[in-house]
Design a protein around this ligand. Sequence first.
Ligand code: NAP
Length: 280
Amino acid sequence: MNIGIVGLGLIGGSLGLDLRKLGFSVLGVSRKEETCKQAVKMGAVDEASLNLSILNQAELIFIATPIAAIAPTLHNLLPYLSPETIVTDVGSVKTEIVTTCAQLWYNFIGSHPMAGKIEQGITAAQNNLFQNTPYVITPTDSTPVDSVSKLAEIVSLLGCRVYYCSPQEHDQAVAWISHLPVMISASLIDACLQEKQPEVLNLAKQLASSGFRDTSRVGGGNVELGVMMAKYNRQQILRSLLEYQNSLTTLTQYLETENWEALTAYLENTQNSRPDFYEG
Ligand code: NAP
């Protein structure tokens, strides 16, 4: 089976590496010649081109470009699609993409692999990035059921756990566990930088260890991705940020009033609840 990937970066390249290992023939398209060459060299694709026409034999195409380029890419792909071609995207937001893309191509399925890392670009692509990670598929009432099954079958081969929900439910849920953490983590770094005494800030930088590394990781990541999340999932992120501000106000009050009992209960609740989100 021929699989196409447009956008040979971290996600597109990693998909290509695993799909090729599974025996699929992978055709890649990216913006830059050097990216295409690197993707071939790394074994992420069998062939790569700057031209979407290379995908005219692909049965399934993943659009793995930055979010803003997904719908324009699908539009440019249309002349090369046959009626059976399934097109999906890997964008981190779904409602706006699915609404636009399903109007362009009836056989479009929104999807989102919940895997990533701080580095970006083709050189960051790696084997087994998706192993044991959730892969969300967001069909609508008009998405062809057989195409959804086909996509689920293929991404399951990558070792993903497949989940289904509407694009809107996806955007609400990822606002909490993916987009809000980016904003909070960025604001943590920003808050530290507000330290007025240079020697204290310097010392803090030198003393920062695993706790700061964990909590600052996503705030120190891909800027373009963070801005795109905010633009395309603005309402849901705002809703989560406002709730987060309430939570911070509660914490601030506990400290101001030295209410250690309430703080203990708060931290016991978060300690007990964390495994429901993440067992790591
Ligand atoms: P990335 O590493 O920056 O890769 C995107 C690649 O797309 C770039 O390397 C670029 O390649 C190529 N590109 C950009 N515009 C293009 C266009 N118009 N046509 C063709 N190729 C184009 O970013 P990423 O992290 O893989 O993210 C890609 C998508 O995955 C985004 O939609 C994001 O929301 C989603 N996603 C990301 C993560 C994550 O944690 N990073 C997780 C899940 C989903 P050139 O070098 O050729 O310009």
